[in-house]
Design a protein. Structure first.
Length: 377
């Protein structure tokens, strides 16, 4: 069981909040696809003989690619790897890229799940975020995807945007629910330094939403989604039963994955590898037969802390027996007082050695995880 992630490093325009790796210069798009093919050939051994059960095209904006590029990518994957017949194959799509014809072609190359970057249905907020689409395109994109036969669609929403109101977010949620997607991811806007918003913040041109207010948005979301039959399987991710994202889950369950493309990360249970986040240098290096990547070997403490941070956010919780077995780390023994405090204040529950956050605890998830972190002795 393993995954492939392909990073498509192109976008039509730069969203004001985004610090992912992308370029709006698409001159080397064709070379980039050739470099993907070469990188897959050079690194096909990375996941050994494991079968591929998730493929994820993220970015950047994967839906910006033409169909010939997508066909080349999938032809190479199918030539080099064994993809299971039930594999989840996701493409991140921006609404402004979608037409009926393109969606049918996307489906024909084998993509069976769409992740639609809606963010909000409020046109003035979409402009503020510098998104390339409007709400009419978002609604049409979803409907066309359904008409093209996609039966597994995820919608991305964003909350705690400066200028957004709780009532406005409530309307966004109602609009999403009326579309009836199988999956919803909702992210709290964070202001990253090297973005337009980060620049505005430094110049006092932007007032970020306070943490307490952001928690109000999350509570509103949890109430509405739960009442509509969605399961919150991770703090930012909700799904109808049977539609949890296999790609997301494999990150949290620490499954091996191969990351292809500039800025992509790979993981093989002992180390992480990060490809260079520069389109030209990536292509040049791969064409010369060299993978432009740095390998990072995690320390024991880093592995423990990563396990704590990721699992506490999920509905499966933090399994202290696994920490003991894998790292000889007795979290319960080391954090008796903290655990008593969390359970007493109904922020967490401890059952059979598994710690799960309660509804109130989820609002403080990252802080609680940090309190459990192991520091090097
Ligand atoms: S489309 Fe996505 S990747 Fe591109 S700039 Fe906007 S948020 Fe970032």
């Amino acid at each position: 069981m393993a995954g492939i992630y392909i990073h498509i490093p192109f976008c039509r325009q730069a969203c004001h909040y985004c610090d992912f790796h992308f370029s709006t210069n698409r001159q080397i798009e064709s070379d980039m696809i050739t470099a993907f093919e070469r990188e897959m050939e050079l690194r096909s051994e990375y996941i050994g003989n494991e079968e591929i059960d998730t493929i994820y095209l993220g970015g950047g904006t994967p839906s910006i690619l033409n169909i010939q590029s997508l066909e080349r990518i999938f032809s190479k994957i199918n030539h080099l790897f064994t993809v299971t017949s039930v594999a989840e194959i996701t493409l991140e799509a921006n609404p402004d890229d979608l037409t009926k014809e393109k969606l049918l072609m996307i489906k024909n190359v084998g993509i069976n799940r769409l992740s639609l970057g809606v963010q909000t249905f409020d046109d003035s907020l979409l402009r503020y975020l510098n998104r390339a689409h409007n709400s009419t395109q978002a609604l049409a994109g979803f409907e066309q995807a359904r008409a093209a036969g996609f039966s597994n669609i995820s919608v991305d929403l964003m909350y705690a945007i400066p200028g957004q109101t709780l009532n406005g977010f409530k309307k966004d949620i109602e609009q999403v629910l009326s579309l009836n997607p199988e999956h919803l991811s909702a992210y709290c806007l964070t202001i990253e330094e090297r973005t337009a918003f980060g620049h505005w913040l430094k110049k006092n041109m932007l007032q970020p939403v306070a943490d307490e207010q952001a928690a109000d948005y999350l509570e509103l979301l949890m109430d509405a989604l739960e009442a509509s039959g969605y399961e919150q399987y991770e703090i930012s991710n909700f799904a109808k039963p049977g539609y949890y994202s296999q790609h997301n889950s494999s990150y949290w369950k620490q499954v091996t994955y191969l990351g292809i493309g500039p800025g992509a990360h790979s993981y093989n249970r002992t180390s992480r590898q990060a490809n260079i986040s520069n389109n030209y240098r990536y292509v040049k290096s791969v064409f010369a037969g060299k993978i432009p990547a740095e390998t990072e070997y995690l320390t024991r403490e880093e592995k423990i802390n990563e396990y704590i941070l990721t699992t506490l956010r999920t509905r499966w919780g933090l399994d202290t027996a696994k920490l003991k077995a894998d790292f000889d780390f007795d979290l319960i023994q080391k954090n008796k007082a903290l655990l008593t405090c969390l359970t007493h204040n109904r922020l967490a529950e401890l059952t059979n050695g598994v710690i799960r956050l309660t509804r109130s605890g989820k609002l403080l998830a990252d802080k609680i995880a940090a309190d459990f972190f192991e520091v090097p002795s």
